[in-house]
Ligand binder design. Structure first.
Ligand code: NAP
Length: 366
């Protein structure tokens, strides 16, 4: 049994709760692990906890009906999530609150609380990881538990697990990427003559861009993702002011058409490189519009898509591309992280139940 605290019950939190509710049997049959949500928190209602598991259908119905999520039979309630976390037990924290770029709170405090107690963390919450990723990953490592943040970069496209697990043992050298799918959607039609203002308005009508699009078009979101890649893939913590940032608001239709005339494209490129191996030495980190030649793999990426070109020794260049916007993608990345964590239970619980290194599912040899 994997007991989950789910902190943040907005778009992503509810998507995850619905997926866990709908896939209860499948999680047991495919992954050999029963998953139950014992605690749920949001800002408005506080934190609700039942040690035997909450009725997700009932909590989801309360949220959908605008009723407090805390009115669950037999459950205990705290006014804030952090008080609930401190007073209760679980095997995994799923942290999906929204946290501002200034300090990454309240997510940072929630994650530190869990990791310090040896409880693994899965999160889609960008800024705590961008600002403190090395600390959080180090804390997890020191406690022998997982810290996973797949959805923070390229949402449901599995980039962090590919770079840190699929390419484990390689030496990361550098990367370049298109890390904001909304921005890519705005730049794409500009190659055919659409103005920036018209492309932005179309993205807003489609629900892709916010009414205030600054986080995307000014490049702040891509800066956060570049900082996360630096922390979790290269092991190097960057400050925000170490990433040079230029948004796309100054890109003209003429620049976009000129690049397209020779088969290239103007794209918003996030780039990261270090003078030494494994994130050592002087860092070059920047987010800016660039006119890419036709043979650049990033020039071929159109629409609501993210892509990353990653260089590692000795494998060379790896290109990863995939969809990168929408709560179902972020939710899917969180679900994949939950399943990955469930497959490899924490050292603490292994020691407690005396299971040693024996896997809790899959093939066991006697
Ligand atoms: N939506 C996406 O497509 C997407 C994609 C990738 C990453 N993300 C990231 O995933 C996270 C969640 O996104 P979202 O779209 O689900 O955001 P959201 O709809 O705004 O939901 C945020 C949730 O966090 C809760 N919250 C805020 N402060 C809290 C506190 N102090 N204690 C407990 N709960 C608190 C809110 O409570 P109330 O409900 O009471 O307001 C709400 O339930 C964000 O960090 C976002 O950047 C989202």
């Amino acid at each position: 049994m994997l007991r989950i605290w789910l902190v943040g019950f907005g778009t992503v939190g509810r998507w995850v709760a619905e997926a866990l509710y709908a896939q209860t049997d499948q999680l047991v049959s495919r992954y050999g692990r029963e998953v139950t949500v014992v605690g749920i928190g949001n800002a408005r209602d506080g934190f609700v906890y039942h040690p035997d598991g909450l009725d997700l259908g009932s909590v989801l119905a309360a949220a959908a009906g605008g009723r407090p999520i805390t009115g669950q039979p037999g459950a205990r309630v705290w006014p804030t999530a952090i008080e609930g976390l401190r007073a209760t037990e679980a095997d995994l924290l799923v942290e999906v609150t929204g946290s501002p770029p200034a300090d990454g709170e309240p997510g940072l405090t929630h994650m530190r609380e869990a990791l310090r107690r040896g409880i693994p963390v899965v999160t889609s919450n960008k800024w705590p990881v961008a600002l403190h990723g090395v600390e959080l990953a180090g804390l997890a490592r020191s406690r022998g538990v997982a810290f996973r943040a797949e959805s923070t970069v390229m949402s449901g496209t599995p980039v962090l697990s590919t770079l840190t697990e699929g390419l484990a043992g390689t030496v990361p050298v550098a990367l370049r990427g298109l890390l904001n799918a909304t921005v890519n959607q705005i730049l794409s039609p500009m190659a055919e003559g659409t103005s920036y203002q018209d492309a932005l308005a179309a993205a807003q009508r489609a629900g892709l861009a916010e009414r205030d699009p600054a986080a995307d078009v000014d490049g702040h979101d891509s800066v956060a993702k570049l900082m996360i890649l630096s922390a979790l893939v290269f092991g190097r913590q960057l400050r925000r002011d170490q990433v040079a940032r230029q948004g796309i608001t100054g890109v003209t239709g003429r620049q976009a058409r000129d690049a397209a005339a020779t088969g290239g494209r103007v794209r918003h490129v996030a780039a990261l490189a270090f003078a030494g191996p494994d994130g050592a030495g002087t860092v070059t980190a920047r987010v800016r519009p660039e006119a890419l030649p036709a043979d650049d793999p990033l020039a071929r990426i159109d629409g609501v898509t993210n892509a990353l070109v990653f260089e590692a020794s000795p494998v060379g260049q790896i290109v990863i591309a995939g969809p990168g916007a929408g709560p179902q993608l972020a939710g899917q990345g969180v679900l994949a992280d939950i399943i990955a964590t469930a497959r490899y239970p924490a050292r603490k619980s292994l020691a407690k139940n005396g299971a040693g290194n024996r896997p809790l599912f899959g093939v066991t040899r006697s």
